[in-house]
Design a protein around this ligand. Structure first.
Ligand code: SAH
Ligand code: SF4
Ligand code: F3S
Length: 446
């Protein structure tokens, strides 16, 4: 019986899809390899968001294909966003590749693997404007936390972004399907779900006609996003709900009320800002100004003072001046972000901004990146220090990586806490702990 392994790049949506594809392969009789080096079939799940992400996946495919010289029967496959973007060109770039599967057709993985084991190549692509089928199913790994994709694709079309091209039109999964998936997870012992979507608060807003026109059951309808959160919270066994990514336009009064009324919804929001300059934001076509972004945050914090807010920032967008960059610095301070992911702008083929001159030098992008990371370290340490003395509810994850005698877990605000495990504790238990000291990335309860 052939064994398989996944090598996954990119966002949580890819992690989720690798898991679902792995489950489908297991159901077809393949086994999960103990490690990648031993696997008969290795599948790279790829990301296209920056040039570097593609370079990594192509490099990895090259290395994997080289192992076929010693192991001629070995299968190397590709799926995900880069597979979608490159189409059949990928076989020119990686001639020894056995299959390539685009987005929205991950269920083709079983056929592709079987064909490859029989010596045939597969290229599977699907119309990204057509109704997708979300592949469901998770590995039975005893995990207490799981991702659930609720919104596929993206309609926002920020000028720098390849995601709408590789993930297709926005599509809300029927609420009945989402709730059934969460119920199945809860029955398996999952306590925490993270709902996924590129612009997740658009869930249920721009529902394509065919989702509501011919509902297979009353539950075939979607719900407004806050109502979906309530319905997920009502599922027995689910203790915590997270979701990502947010957009300021989705920070509505209704959502804010829900944060206050529904204790299972975690006090953390990932709200990518991208830039602090309204002029840059406008050229990015983000759909908000600096002031509107800060206003959304102020409303959230007024309602839920302990709300942690994290973000994504792009440095070196075409035309970003030193003054624009300073605006990003001051916005990040004003927003008091708990954490931030900083990316150097990377022009993506076919996007609007790729037609503009990439006029900030690589060295200057690297400098701006370092400045923001330095600021964030100081800010993160300061915000964590403020939590010393507080009592926090922590979802226990298991022994800490550094010291197996200690355990780690996360607070509702997604802060990592290291603690001494009480007798009989199991992963997935909720424990109340007093924070006694803080480091920039970690809180300690002992
Ligand atoms: N849908 C999410 C983001 C998905 S992509 C949102 O809009 O919030 C994840 C992050 O990658 C983005 O937030 C952005 O900061 C970064 N990113 C996207 N395209 C990029 C590009 N061309 N160059 C550099 N960073 C990019
Ligand atoms: Fe890309 Fe913008 Fe959509 Fe996010 S909202 S996936 S950045 S187009
Ligand atoms: Fe990358 Fe595709 Fe996610 S481009 S960030 S893996 S949606």
């Amino acid at each position: 019986m052939a064994s398989f392994a996944f090598h996954t790049y990119g966002c949580q949506m890819n992690v989720r899809e690798s898991e679902a594809a792995a489950r489908a392969l297991q159901e077809a009789g393949l086994t999960l390899a103990a490690d990648e080096a031993q696997a008969d079939v290795v599948i790279v799940n790829s990301c296209s968001v920056r040039g570097k992400a593609e370079d990594k996946a192509l490099g990895k495919l090259g290395l994997l294909c080289a192992t076929k010289r010693e192991r001629p029967g070995r299968v190397v496959g590709l799926m995900g966003c880069m597979a979608q973007r490159l189409g059949d060109e990928v076989f020119r770039r990686v001639p020894m590749l056995d299959f390539s599967i685009g987005t929205r057709c991950a269920e083709r993985v079983v056929d592709a693997v079987e064909a490859a084991l029989a010596g045939r190549k597969t290229l599977a692509m699907r119309d990204l404007h057509a109704e997708p089928t979300a592949l469901s199913g998770h590995l039975e790994d005893g995990s207490f936390s799981a991702f659930v994709t609720i919104l596929l694709g993206c309609n926002r079309r920020c000028t720098y972004c390849i995601v709408p091209d590789v993930r297709g039109d926005e599509w809300s999964r029927p609420a009945s399907e989402v709730l059934a998936e969460v119920r199945a997870l809860a029955e398996r012992g999952v306590k925490e779900v993270t709902l996924l979507g590129q612009s997740i608060m658009n869930y249920g807003l721009r529902t394509p006609a065919w989702t509501v026109a011919d509902p297979p059951s009353p539950g075939g309808y979607t719900l407004p996003f806050p109502r979906l959160l309530e319905a997920v919270a009502a599922i027995p066994g689910i203790e915590r709900i997270r979701f990502t990514s947010g957009h300021p336009a989705g920070v509505t009064e209704e959502l804010i009320r829900l944060y206050r009324s529904e204790p299972k919804v975690c006090h953390h929001l990932h709200l990518p800002v991208q830039s602090g300059s309204s002029e840059v934001l406008s050229r990015m076509r983000r759909g908000y100004t600096r002031e509107q972004y800060l206003e959304a945050i102020a409303k959230l914090r007024a309602a839920v003072p302990e709300m942690a807010i994290t973000t994504d920032v792009i440095v070196g967008f075409p035309g970003e001046t030193e003054a624009d960059f300073e605006q990003t610095r001051t916005l990040m301070e004003a927003a008091a972000f708990d954490n931030a992911f900083i990316f150097k702008y990377s022009p993506r083929p076919g996007t609007v901004s790729a037609t503009w001159e990439d006029d900030v030098s690589e060295a200057e992008k690297a400098r701006r990146n370092q400045v923001l990371l330095g600021d964030q370290d100081v800010r993160g340490a300061r915000l964590n220090a403020q939590l010393v003395g507080s009592e926090q509810e922590v979802l226990a994850e298991g022994p800490s990586l550094r010291n197996k005698a200690r355990w780690s877990g996360r607070t509702s605000a997604n802060k990592i806490v290291v603690f001494e495990p009480p007798e009989g504790i199991r992963p997935g238990d909720l424990v109340r702990l007093r924070i006694v000291r803080a480091a920039p990335q970690t809180l300690y309860a002992f």
